[in-house]
Design a protein around this ligand. Structure first.
Ligand SMILES: [Fe+2]
Length: 388
């Protein structure tokens, strides 16, 4: 996130002596992206962040994927997936390619400490509440939040006991997730035509420190999963500053861009990562040209696989397709798609929509994981046939 923040205590000058009450030095850590030539943060630890006591490979069950072959538009009902476990270890892999993986979690357990050393994660909360605890501080979350966690940030999920099970869609990218470049000034400020601004970005505003010895952290990395045991608790940061940190952005803070005629899909964009874009469909007024057709046109998005996660509301263009809360549609490249029969006529004269959905488009084809296979509605491909 190219937006400077400073939290807790930091010294007035970087890389200078900064001492604890007992006279010892705080341990300074620079976390930075793209070879330390992109966004970064400086953190000040009470203990050195490098003191490992043990390192152990973990046998994590590999979730195999298979190509979308024969090529089909698909519909997955995530609410058919089994609940249980925590948001780190119990993710059902839905789809993946070389650039990203999309998973779904439903469960009620809080997680242990974790870091993803491969890339960033965006966790979209469908249901449930809790706190994302990180080395940078804590972030409360609720339905509609996108939690964006940069690569290698140690974190865990503390779920509220009073909460319903947490349901979340998880996007893990190999590169870094950030606002669309076209919405940023040359120096990184969100511009006036962007559908959200810095005030909508919520990040930790105070340090979160914990005591502890022999603290386990699961590390997801290119070779699999490894368990690190640190000598002291990684949540020992008294202050940090910089432009790289975990944050949340609520879909309810997305200001839709509307027009007289149908607006192109990129107006709904929230984030991008290499090979991936993320969009938000939110309650909004429909097109107001007197002859406007609010339903989308049929389209061939020839370089993309389109994934839509339906969160809430009535999905006008999908009437009759069996779409429900928690449904995911996959419209792959090579497949022309559009509204279900009758939706175009029905949309005329409608003033607005209450739909809430998150779209993830990828530029490489998505393979299907076990979560997709287990929750597929096989009838979806035929729902564009008239008089079915
Ligand atoms: Fe589409």
């Amino acid at each position: 996130m190219p937006y400077y923040r400073s939290v807790g205590e930091i010294p007035p000058k970087r890389h200078t002596q900064f001492r604890q009450p007992d006279g010892s030095l705080y341990a300074e850590e620079l976390m930075g992206e793209e070879g330390l030539s992109f966004d970064s943060a400086l953190l000040y630890h009470k203990n050195i962040p490098t003191a490992l006591k043990s390192i152990e490979a973990i046998d994590a069950e590999e979730q195999e994927t298979k190509p979308n072959h024969p090529l089909k538009p698909r519909h997955f009902k995530t609410h058919q997936l089994k609940a249980g476990g925590d948001a780190v270890r119990a993710r059902a892999l839905l789809m993946a390619n070389e650039d990203c993986a999309i998973s779904y979690f439903v469960g009620s357990e809080s997680s242990g400490l974790y870091k993803n050393a491969i890339g960033d994660e965006m966790v979209y909360i469908e249901e449930g509440t809790g706190t994302l605890e990180t080395t940078f501080g804590a972030i409360r979350f609720e339905p509609g939040d996108h939690l964006v966690i940069p690569a290698s940030v140690i974190h865990r999920y503390e779920l509220d006991e009073s909460s319903d099970p947490v349901r979340a869609l998880i996007l893990h990218t190999r590169g870094h997730i950030g606002p669309p470049r076209r919405y940023l000034s040359r120096n990184g400020q969100l511009l006036e035509h962007a559908p959200y601004c810095e005030r909508d970005i919520k990040a930790p505003n105070e340090p979160l420190t914990r005591e502890g010895t022999d603290v386990e952290v699961l590390v997801k990395h290119r070779g699999g999963m490894t368990r690190f045991v640190y000598d002291s608790h990684p949540f020992d940061v008294v202050g940090w500053d910089g432009c790289m940190y975990p944050y949340k952005f609520s879909i309810h803070d997305f200001e839709p861009i509307t027009g007289r005629i149908h607006q192109p899909p990129p107006v709904h964009q929230t984030f991008e990562a290499p090979g991936v874009v993320v969009c938000a469909f939110v309650p909004r007024l429909f097109d107001y040209h007197p002859d406007a057709i609010p339903a989308p046109y049929n389209h061939a998005n020839v370089d993309s696989d389109e994934v839509i996660f339906y969160h809430e509301g009535n999905f006008m263009s999908r009437a009759g397709a069996g779409i429900e809360q928690g449904s995911i549609s996959l419209h792959p490249g090579g497949h022309t798609h559009g509204p279900q029969p009758g939706s175009v006529e029905r949309s005329i004269g409608r003033k607005g929509t209450e739909e809430l959905a998150v779209m993830i488009d990828t530029f490489r084809p998505l393979d299907l994981g076990p979560g997709a296979v287990d929750s597929e509605d096989d009838a979806y491909a035929w729902t564009w046939l008239e008089g079915r």
